[in-house]
Design a protein around this ligand. Structure first.
Ligand code: GRF
Length: 219
């Protein structure tokens, strides 16, 4: 999968979450509805024991695990999570509201195999409460980004972005809700593209494999 190799299906997802899990549920629904052929959820992992998302995973009959992170050293906690992902044969890690920075060791263990969703049009408004940041800044266009995870926060190569207009009638809450609806579409779209394996990363650009682009022809 990826790095311009053909994927070998199935592609097994490992979902990491900390909270309500609506992005996880949107991915699960895309799979159930047949919109992501060859993609399956191998395991859902939470770093918070009572996260609604992990309860939802159990209700769906999926493999679910909790590794509480509170009070633990990042590298040690991440090593447990990485071992669980490997034990479940995970090909692609999907951060879905995972409120924990990853150690460099974890990122290096899954090179170009970790996706994250962020509720802004990166590189604008990285970090926490991105929707509120965007609303307070007064942007006219907002949205969400699915990107590969590297060792910097909200930074890796962008796979999918979806934009919406900020309405006069919006407040920070309605804007966040409308961005969330786009997130639920964007994440499955990004997973489908990455799972196809027909892509490569040039510099920090995620591009279709074999697409040379016009600049390389000397324009
Ligand atoms: C989403 O807004 C996502 O972009 C951000 O955290 C939130 C998670 O929501 N990273 P949910 O748990 O998927 O409902």
């Amino acid at each position: 999968m990826g790095d311009s190799q053909k994927s070998s299906l199935p592609v097994r997802l490992g979902i990491l979450l900390s909270g309500r899990g609506s992005n996880f549920l949107a991915i699960a629904e895309s799979i159930r509805a047949g919109r992501l052929p060859g993609v399956e959820i191998a395991v859902v992992i939470s770093n918070v024991a009572d996260a609604p998302g992990i309860a939802a995973a159990r209700e769906l009959g999926l493999a679910a695990a909790v590794f509480e992170s509170k009070g633990r050293k990042r590298a040690e906690h991440d090593a447990d999570v990485a071992a669980c992902l490997k034990a479940h044969g995970v090909d692609l890690v999907c951060l879905a509201g995972y409120m924990r920075l990853l150690s460099p060791e974890f990122v290096q263990a899954f090179p170009n195999r970790i996706l994250n969703i962020h509720p802004s049009l990166l590189p604008a408004f990285p970090g926490l409460e991105a929707q509120e940041q965007a609303f307070a800044y007064g942007v006219k266009v907002a949205g969400c980004t699915v990107h590969f995870v590297d060792e910097e926060l909200d930074h890796g190569a962008i796979v999918v972005q979806r934009a919406i207009e900020v309405l006069e009638s919006d407040d920070a809450h309605t804007l966040a809700e409308r961005i969330l609806a786009e997130e639920h579409i964007a994440y499955s779209e990004a997973i489908g593209r990455v799972a196809s394996g027909e892509w490569e990363i040039r510099g920090r650009r995620y591009v279709k494999a074999g697409n040379k682009g016009t600049r390389e022809r000397g324009n």
